[in-house]
Design a binder for this molecule. Structure first.
Ligand code: SAM
Length: 458
């Protein structure tokens, strides 16, 4: 008899053999739980079949957990999952961090007693932290009271996302206690976010009041972009935009991505627009990493608030503007997001292209595709071919990739907690665009956690 459990396990086996096949074909080492060195595919760009097989494996594992575990037990673990965040926070706050000391101990590992001495944590409490973090495979207890590193230990080093955002995430965790209250009010700038309800200050002002946070926050964003969106440059069919364009990146940050795009497209120019205060940091980043582009005048920096109409002059005839707004709209509720888009109009004649790069939560698209069929159809195909084929995702995985896309639903909730905003589904983005002078044209997924929504000025 084919049970639900059998079906999930069969799909798991299929996905595992696709992943193993890709590792063999690409001559890439196997994943090893006791090898703390970075795997070439961590933050890299595996072939599409392997990219999707990893997502399927994660999604299916969680479906099996949800199927077989006692729901009450699962809910107790999940409802107290702040214990994981707080343990991670505790071990990245020491100097040196717990991960640094464990990694330095090599494959022999280190006794908790010595780890405590090295990091200044109490031995008994550290052991409890280690029990929890070993349960989640960030470390391994190789024998009683003796800890060694795993494949995940590196994610708790001082240059990690966890370390960079430790203060703001923990402030957000405290603010989470107000979510039930804030969830009653509609999304809009007139309603406070859980963060401001709890801390009586907006997150941006909270960060500004902590100068050390600005640098750490920027670093964490850079790490997140590199880790979560490695395929943007390779997978996006940018040749459709034309050989000679001026890319206007709204809320660009330092502009690591436009820099890569300009390096690959010699006919492109860029305008990077962000807050005035960031301009010196942006300029020095470009002067250091792309001095030839700065000297040739292909990049310009515009300190300007996107809540005011853009001061950009009309685009040169031979280099039309293409606007890009990446990881920005999900920071703002609908009324402010629409204002940001409308403020581009003075420089956007009808027909102008806008690329919105954002986390885009999946929506149900019932299909009969099985996991086996999905992988058979994408096998050995390039990302461009897969994008064109628009193969429906297997229903068995749930909506989208299920837990394989948890970084999207987690980001969505983080936006709500910290900024009272949200990541928008295609349906929600279409509705938002309807209120503006931009029209939705399509969505492209690539090897990354975000998607590109193309819109055009009507
Ligand atoms: C989450 S970051 C995204 C940065 C970059 N686009 C990326 O994908 O890495 C949001 C950006 O919006 C910028 N920003 C916030 N308020 C702004 C404003 N009023 N005008 C212009 N930029 C703003 C921030 O300085 C920051 O660089």
């Amino acid at each position: 008899m084919e049970t639900e459990l059998n079906k999930l396990v069969a799909a798991l086996c299929t996905s595992a053999s696709v992943l193993q096949g890709a590792l063999n074909d690409e001559n890439v080492p196997n994943f090893r739980s006791d090898d703390p060195s970075p795997h070439p595919w961590d933050g890299g760009v595996p072939p599409p079949s392997a990219w999707y097989a990893r997502k399927a494996l994660v999604g299916l594992c969680y479906q099996i957990i949800a199927l077989v575990q006692d729901p009450l037990e699962r809910s107790i673990i999940d409802f107290t999952s702040f214990s994981l965040a707080s343990s991670m926070n505790a071990v990245v706050r020491t100097q040196p961090t717990v991960a640094e000391v464990v990694l330095a101990s090599g494959s022999d590992g280190i006794a908790v007693k010595d780890l405590a001495k090295n990091t200044g944590l109490d031995e008994t409490k550290l052991y409890s932290l280690m029990h929890l973090l070993c349960t989640w495979n960030y470390f391994k207890e190789i024998e009683g009271g003796h800890i060694s590193a795993t494949r995940s230990t590196r994610a708790l080093l001082p240059d990690s996302f966890v370390h960079g955002l430790s203060d703001s995430i923990i402030a957000g965790t405290a603010a989470a206690s107000m979510l039930w209250e804030a969830a009653k009010t509609p999304s809009g700038s007139q309603h406070p976010s859980p963060f401001s309800l709890y801390h009586h200050v907006e997150i941006y002002d909270w960060i500004k009041a902590r100068p050390d946070q600005i640098e750490r926050f920027g670093r964490a964003m850079d790490t997140a972009e590199k880790t979560l969106d490695p395929g943007f440059i390779l997978d996006l069919p940018v040749q459709d935009l034309g050989p000679n364009i001026t890319l206007v990146d709204i809320g660009s940050g330092v502009g690591g991505l436009p820099m890569q795009l300009l390096k690959r497209n010699p006919g492109w120019k860029a305008v990077l627009q962000d807050q005035e205060i960031l301009i010196p940091q942006m300029e020095s980043f470009w002067k250091k990493d792309a001095p030839e582009i700065v000297e040739s005048g292909r990049v310009t920096f515009l300190g300007h608030s996107f809540f005011e109409p853009t001061p950009l002059p009309p685009a040169p005839k031979d280099s039309p503007y293409v606007f890009m707004i990446k990881s920005v709209l999900h920071n703002w509720p609908d009324d402010l997001a629409a204002k940001i888009l409308e403020n581009l109009l003075p420089a956007a004649p009808p027909g102008t292209v806008l690329m919105i790069v954002n986390y885009t939560p999946a929506e149900p698209e019932p299909s009969k595709t099985t996991v086996e069929e999905f992988f058979r159809r994408i096998n050995k195909h390039s990302m461009a071919e897969i994008q064109k084929a628009k193969i429906p995702l297997p229903d068995l995985l749930g909506v989208g990739w299920g837990f394989g896309d948890a970084s999207v639903s987690t980001a969505d909730m983080l936006m709500m907690l910290l900024m009272g905003s949200q990541c928008r589904t295609v349906t929600a983005l279409k509705a938002l665009l309807e209120t503006t002078s931009w029209k939705f044209e399509g969505r492209t997924d690539y090897r990354g956690t975000t998607s590109v929504i193309k819109a055009r000025r009507v």
